[in-house]
Design a protein around this ligand. Structure first.
Ligand code: PMP
Length: 293
């Protein structure tokens, strides 16, 4: 059986759970955990390139910040979690991998209110290849606008990488996958372009990069890195509200994220794009910085 097809609860290896490495299959929680019922959990997704976690500390700091936005404090410092991630990679013999830290409210209280519960933390890691499948890094992915929209900052803590935000990601992604597409485009509640189901989006118009202001979605760590790379190349970057009709005068589109890295987009609904110089340059520049930092 291919590694990817093994269920995630039945593998060899070790997972860091509440302060210590435990055998993979023993990293369990109770069915009456608050997080399972009320989505009181935050998580991270990080990529490891040749043993080096890209922007590792920024991810751990975001995990801490996500928890605070959700009203709880992670009982392990950033330094402790940084060490724990390295321990997990070493214990599992991983050099090119994906790291998944997760923190959640435990089982002492069951109900919407859970002021006084234990906060748990786990860190797992596993081998992970290209997110959208082989070939898409050259030809581009096919996207379709999903039915559900990204709620605005008046609806919740949009900068928290919180499990609850992913309910509609899974729904939109399932909807468009059933129609043969790779990923869903999210609009926000005002009808502006927001992001993909797990990645931020960039458009090229007349040699400039345009990207939605991250006011209803995660300001991704990859997004911030790519903006820095574009600025180094003196490619102007404009953050603003973008209407989907603008795809008609957009020549290139790509998405960015830890899993997606920099992936060109070939199609969104009835619009077509061809990966061009700017996308290719930023893909190469991104590849170059992933091993150094
Ligand atoms: N938006 C969503 C909904 C995501 O899940 C992710 C992946 N964490 C991103 C954007 C991109 O964020 P990052 O570059 O930090 O991985």
């Amino acid at each position: 059986m291919a590694v990817d097809l093994l269920p995630y609860d039945d593998r060899d290896g070790f997972i860091w759970l509440d302060g210590a490495l435990v055998p993979w299959r023993d990293a369990r929680l109770h069915v009456l955990s608050h997080a399972l019922h009320y989505a009181s959990a935050v998580f991270e997704g990080e990529r490891v390139y040749d043993g080096h976690i890209f922007r590792s500390r920024a991810h751990t700091e975001r995990l801490h910040n996500s928890a605070r936005l959700m009203g709880f404090e992670i009982p392990w410092s950033v330094d402790v979690l940084e060490n724990a991630k390295r321990e997990v990679l070493q214990a599992n013999g991983l050099k090119d991998a994906y790291v998944r830290p997760v923190a959640w409210r435990g089982a002492e209280m069951m109900g919407v209110s859970a002021q006084d519960v234990t906060i748990h933390v786990a860190i797992a890691a596993w081998f992970w290849g290209a997110y959208f499948g082989d070939g898409t890094e050259m030809s581009g992915i096919r996207m379709k606008t999903g039915r559900y929209r990204r709620p605005g900052p008046e609806c919740g803590p949009v900068q928290a990488k919180a499990t609850g935000h992913y309910l509609i990601c899974t729904l939109n992604k399932h909807e468009v996958e059933a129609a043969g597409y790779h990923d869903a485009l999210f609009l926000d509640t005002n009808g502006f372009v927001a992001e993909g189901s797990g990645a931020n989006i960039f458009l090229v118009q007349e040699g400039k990069l345009h990207t939605p202001t991250p006011d209803s979605f995660l300001n991704g760590i990859t997004r911030q890195a790519v903006i820095g790379l574009a600025e180094k190349r003196q490619i102007p970057v404009v953050e603003r509200s973008i209407l989907p009709e603008e795809f008609a005068r957009t020549t290139e589109v790509f998405v960015t994220g830890t899993a997606a890295e920099v992936t060109p987009v070939a199609e969104i609904d009835d619009y077509r794009f061809t990966p061009g110089d700017i996308t290719r340059t930023l893909m190469e520049d991104f590849r170059a910085i992933t091993s150094t930092g």
